[in-house]
Design a protein around this ligand. Structure first.
Ligand SMILES: Nc1ncnc2c1ncn2[C@@H]1O[C@H](COP(=O)(O)OP(=O)(O)OP(=O)(O)O)[C@@H](O)[C@H]1O
Ligand SMILES: [Mg+2]
Length: 291
């Protein structure tokens, strides 16, 4: 049965999407796992880094993105078909990675999720709007080893849909004040969600992102997080484990997200500034915690 992992941080631009995509590619290519990436973000960054924009446009035209799943619930229609929506063999590595699939997003999701939040209870066509994704993916549980969910930088209805199917969540985090400030808010919000739904999602850990070894601030913040992770979980200052692997700040990293640049290997895609080695280590560490 698939293990579901959501990537969450309330701060934007901390490297969530790149980390989710890289983890998916490494799991599929180097560990032969069957992986599905679900792009829950209306910014569609994971989508356009895994498929060509023209291919995405065609999916959107055919109503084969996640936006349609949610729109169906608003309009009481049933246009969305998850098997048609999933794109197989995605990524710009080697013309597509055999075991890697994508459930694409659409900017239309932004408007739809706002509408979902304002549908009065009782007027809604499903029992609870956070269960929409769970009901849709139910048939896929045995088809994947891992389902990685790239969430937007807020805890709205779409993110809660991701949380409600996830076994774990991963917190990518730049070790600075603003990016770490939100961690207790995430932990608290998810704790309340667990209390309300009884869905048992666990934090897998914090992954340090865009790390600069020379930065005093980064070392101080990492030390602080490490100290807090040693506290008992009941302590309000507690934070989850920090992965040993740190993803470095890598110049030219944005190019890795360009689908139009086709490459043959992961080493070529992430082979500058130590990024390849660290994503490889991250994937191994990830597997050691979930398996
Ligand atoms: N390790 C890295 N080093 C340098 N740049 C990076 C790194 N990881 C990601 N980036 C770049 O930083 C930008 C933000 O990364 P990404 O989109 O992964 O963040 P995000 O947390 O998903 O953002 P959002 O909150 O908007 O979804 C992108 O341009 C990406 O290419
Ligand atoms: Mg993102």
């Amino acid at each position: 049965m698939a293990v579901f992992v959501s990537t969450i941080n309330l701060k934007g631009g901390v490297g969530k999407t790149q980390m989710t995509v890289a983890l998916a590619e490494f799991l599929a290519l180097e560990h032969h796992k069957k992986v599905l990436v679900i792009d829950l973000d209306a910014q569609t960054n994971a989508t356009v880094s895994l498929i060509a924009e023209e291919a995405w446009l065609e999916k959107d035209r055919r109503k084969e993105t996640l936006a349609q799943l949610f729109l169906d619930k608003l309009e009481n229609t049933s246009c969305f078909d998850i098997r048609r929506a999933i794109v197989k063999k995605v990524s710009n590595v080697g013309g597509g990675i055999e075991n890697l699939d994508l459930l694409p997003s659409s900017p239309r999701l932004l408007e739809i999720q706002d509408s979902l939040a304002f549908v009065p209870v009782g007027r809604f066509f499903v029992a609870n709007p956070v269960t929409i994704l769970k009901n849709a993916v139910y048939d896929l549980l045995d088809e994947y080893d891992f389902v990685l969910i790239d969430c937007p930088p807020y805890l709205g209805i779409t993110t809660l849909n991701g949380i409600y199917i996830s076994n774990y969540y991963l917190i990518p985090c730049i070790p600075d004040i603003l990016s770490t400030y939100g961690i207790p808010l995430i932990l608290d919000r998810i704790k309340k969600f667990i209390e309300a739904t009884r869905w048992n999602i666990r934090p897998l850990g914090i992954v340090i992102s865009m790390y600069r070894a020379q930065s005093r601030l980064h070392s101080t913040m990492i030390q602080d997080l490490q100290n807090r992770s040693q506290l008992p979980e009941s302590d309000p200052r507690w934070t989850p484990r920090i992965f040993n692997t740190k993803i470095p700040l890598a110049a030219k990293s944005a190019e890795a997200a360009e689908f139009s640049v086709s490459v043959n290997t992961l080493k070529q895609k992430y082979g500058y500034g130590n990024l390849y080695e660290q994503y490889k280590n991250l994937t191994e560490e990830f597997l050691s915690y979930v398996e």
